[in-house]
Write a new protein. Structure first.
Length: 201
């Protein structure tokens, strides 16, 4: 979903008169911490999928660390309203994972509908401990799990959470904002002087 959000954000930003090259001029504070946090989440999930026992054992700590770094660094950028979508979405996913011991609840019925047999079997047998069936979710965290899915007509089969949608929406809006020329224009006041070179208020 994130890739679609980025590409669509760039497309809409371009149609609105924005420039792609402006994305290379980072206006975010603590960008490297944000990048590190996202990378840590991705790397943790990959290592778990590869069966790394140490990563599996400490996945809750690693996920918690990545989300805390991400959320804290995002708070330094709340001058952009779209950042709030990313913060709230990340918090929703963070709560779902932490309250379920480092595992994200997922609706396996979607896996059956999409015929993702290998993934379904791995989750049911505990081969992918970063996920648990939605039936095993703690309390209301099942509503924060991956309970939504793309329709059959969509070429890319994806299952996602409410938090994922908010994060992608925030990224989509942020990219457009970063491409906009208006963000680089600072408010300035023109000083007017009279014939004696005194400032006219």
């Amino acid at each position: 979903m994130i890739i679609e959000g980025i590409l669509l954000g760039i497309l809409i930003g371009k149609l609105k008169g924005g420039r792609f090259k402006r994305l290379g001029h980072s206006i975010l504070k603590l960008p490297w911490i944000i990048f590190f946090a996202f990378s840590l989440q991705l790397l943790t999930s990959i290592m778990i999928s590869l069966g790394e026992t140490t990563i599996i054992k400490y996945r809750l700590i690693l996920y918690a660390l990545s989300y805390c770094l991400l959320i804290i660094s995002l708070f330094f950028n709340i001058q952009f309203q779209s950042i709030w979508f990313i913060i709230i979405g990340s918090l929703a996913n963070f709560i779902a994972i932490v309250f379920n011991g480092g595992s994200m609840p997922i609706d396996i019925n979607h896996l059956r509908r999409m015929k993702l047999t290998n993934l379904l079997t791995s989750i049911e047998t505990g081969g992918l401990p970063q996920y648990i069936p939605i039936e095993k979710a703690v309390g209301y965290t099942k509503y924060l799990g991956k309970i939504l899915a793309t329709p059959n007509i969509y070429p890319l089969k994806q299952i996602f959470s409410v938090g994922d949608i908010l994060v992608v929406l925030g990224i989509f809006l942020l990219i457009q904002k970063m491409m906009s020329p208006n963000i680089y224009n600072r408010d300035s006041k023109v000083l007017k002087l009279d014939h004696k070179e005194k400032i006219i208020k």
